[in-house]
Design a protein around this ligand. Structure first.
Ligand code: ADP
Length: 174
């Protein structure tokens, strides 16, 4: 039985993540989608809500399990007996980041392999930060995320009111 770990921040989960998780579920016997607790990033959603949205989105796939985790990703992989860490690759800049991370992980845990799945062409541009920024600026992101995430984003920005500087401006304004 090969168990794979698909770790990420999922702030929030979007269709690009869902595509990678779904494809991984067809390759491996079990895929544990693990939502990282507190990365060194500005987060829009707290860990419980990222976990809840990820669960709600992927729980219909029989061999996918969604859990939260903290600490070293390879330590968590060893703890749950996952042999492979799955990541998604969009563009060259992803590759550089993933390559360095994979080498560091290999150094820490030589028994764990990394499998990178190339994004589906239609999701190349898609990232959680893009979704957050479009949502904060009132654009249409309904084809980028499942309905439950769309509703959660709408509610989150309503709750934030004027206090929206939680979203880092990237490239979609001005
Ligand atoms: P992290 O903070 O670990 O990068 P993310 O939630 O941003 O967490 O991403 C989790 C994984 O999903 C990463 O491997 C990332 O490259 C991948 N990913 C994100 N967006 C896409 C996409 N549009 N297509 C394919 N993979 C993606």
């Amino acid at each position: 039985m090969v168990r794979a770990l698909f770790p990420g921040t999922f702030d929030p989960i979007h269709n690009g993540h869902i595509d990678i998780a779904t494809r991984a579920s067809k390759i491996f016997d079990e895929v544990v989608v693990a939502v990282y607790d507190r990365p060194l990033k500005n987060l829009l959603f707290p860990p419980e809500e990222r976990l809840l949205l990820t669960k709600a989105t992927l729980s219909h796939i029989e061999n996918i399990k969604v859990v939260g985790y903290s600490g070293l990703t390879v330590a968590f992989a060893q703890k749950i007996n996952a042999k492979v860490i799955v990541r998604g690759l969009r563009v060259i800049s992803d590759f550089e980041h993933e390559f360095r991370m994979a080498l560091a992980n290999k150094h820490l845990a030589p028994d764990i392999e990394m499998a990178a799945l190339i994004t589906n062409e239609q999701y190349t541009f898609l990232s959680s930060s893009t979704v957050r920024e479009i949502a904060s600026l009132g654009g249409d992101y309904s084809r980028m995320v499942p309905t439950i995430v769309k509703e959660a984003l709408g509610k989150r920005f309503l709750d934030l009111g004027e206090d929206q500087n939680i979203v880092q401006p990237t490239y979609l304004r001005d």
